[in-house]
Design a protein around this ligand. Structure first.
Ligand code: GLT
Ligand code: MN
Ligand code: MN
Length: 395
């Protein structure tokens, strides 16, 4: 096993109570891309579990095929499961989330739940039920659905209204399966606009949220938003996360880093848009959001195995540094004076209107000082600059 480069223990050293998780496919990513071969050997599940424990993570998540490769015999499956379980018991690493690989096998090249071929759609249900069984063997509570192949290159191929119905049928079917098996899974849909399909169904948080309320069991289903996926589409991720959270639908989150307008880079958390990462951490922490902080990302293709562990440690460390910066923001007298001025203008939580005939009448009759309102600035330049200075470490 590769030795850990840094044994530094400080305020930013991750511990299991921080609830950081990684997928087997993230730290296990061997650096393959569409143009080139793997650049480092694949790391097995047992080694990953031990290494994550050493680094202070809480848990590990997997696709069915990450743990038990496609085509394994039942004897091989039993051995893999036994060894993985032993590693989990030895280290205390948990499996909070599981998912299905419905994208790698060429059988899914026109989609899984939304393939035009009904046999493929039923095979996707079979694979998912088996993967849900596997996840439950390790106590997974959240079940993620990333529909990477659910989509089209050409709208000549399928009626998009019909495809949404197939997608809904699948989620309804699997909800009933979870109930019938007493699995009690929380389903988390993961939106993405494109890649690997030309266009993917349920491309944004908003599309997925609207879809959830058309399901038979909307209470079971929420979101697993990912930074890279919204950022690729030029969207403001923190707003999407806030909307999901406000609706009680933030079931899981995929943290990473991404430049807008590119392929899905899945870089180390915080390594691209630091200010955006800060406001995301601030939202999660200020809201005391109880979910897993999952890193769905991988080391640069340039890295060897040590680089992979540097990547994993760095992801958690950056989160904890930004968490401290959020606390500092909340305690900074000058920043809070500006925030207080906004609160005094009615910007504090709870300053909302609720219709009554009296309130309607009083608002209708109200005389506004429009000249004053037009003239008075909001002080956001100063507030943002103070935020920047805090992030740059000079406050
Ligand atoms: C794949 C994808 C991710 C999803 C994973 C879960 S698999 O790596 O790029 O965004 O979260 O299926
Ligand atoms: Mn991604
Ligand atoms: Mn993801």
């Amino acid at each position: 096993m590769t030795p850990t480069r840094s044994t530094k223990q400080d305020a930013y050293t991750p511990r299991p109570e921080h609830h950081f998780t990684f997928g087997l496919w993230t730290v296990g990513n061997p650096g393959r891309d569409p143009f080139g071969e793997p650049t480092r050997p694949a790391i097995g599940p047992v080694e990953i579990v031990h290494k994550l424990a050493e680094l202070g993570a809480y848990g590990v998540n997997f696709h069915d095929d990450d743990l038990v490769p496609r085509g394994s015999s039942s004897t091989e499956r039993d051995r893999i499961v036994r060894e993985f379980r032993k590693a989990l018991e030895e280290t205390g690493i948990k499996v909070p989330m599981a998912t299905t690989n419905l994208f790698g096998d060429p059988v899914f090249r026109d989609g899984a739940f939304t393939s035009v071929d009904a046999n493929v759609r039923r095979h996707a249900l079979q694979k998912t039920m088996r993967a849900m069984d596997l996840g439950k063997e390790f106590g997974a509570e959240t079940y993620v659905f990333w529909g990477g192949r659910e989509g089209t290159e050409t709208n000549a191929s399928k009626d998009p209204q019909e495809a949404i119905k197939w997608f809904r049928d699948a989620i309804n079917f699997l909800s009933e399966y979870s109930i019938a098996q007493n699995y009690n899974y929380k389903f988390a849909l993961e939106p993405k606009p494109n890649e690997p399909r030309g266009d993917i169904f349920l491309p944004t948080i908003g599309h997925a949220l609207a879809f959830i309320y058309t399901l038979d069991h909307p209470e079971m289903v929420g979101l697993n938003p990912e930074i890279a996926h919204d950022t690729m589409a030029g969207l403001e991720f923190t707003h999407g996360v806030a909307q999901a959270m406000e609706a009680g639908k933030l079931f899981h989150i995929d943290l990473n880093a991404q430049k807008p307008g590119r392929y899905d880079q899945d870089h180390r958390f915080g390594s691209e848009d630091l200010k955006a990462a800060f406001f995301l951490v601030k939202l999660l922490e200020d809201s005391k959001w109880p979910g897993m902080r999952h890193f769905d990302s991988h080391a640069y293709r340039t890295e060897d195995q040590q680089g992979v562990w540097d990547f994993a440690a760095g992801s958690m460390r950056t989160y904890l540094i930004l968490k401290e910066k959020a606390a500092q923001f909340n305690q900074d007298a000058e920043i809070q004076a500006l925030v207080g001025e906004l609160a005094a203008r009615g910007g504090k939580p709870g300053a909302r209107v609720k219709y009554s005939s009296q309130l309607a009448q009083s608002i209708r009759d109200e005389k506004f000082d429009l000249e004053g309102l037009r003239a008075k600035g909001y002080g956001y330049e100063r507030l943002d600059q103070l935020t920047m200075e805090l992030l740059l470490g000079v406050r």
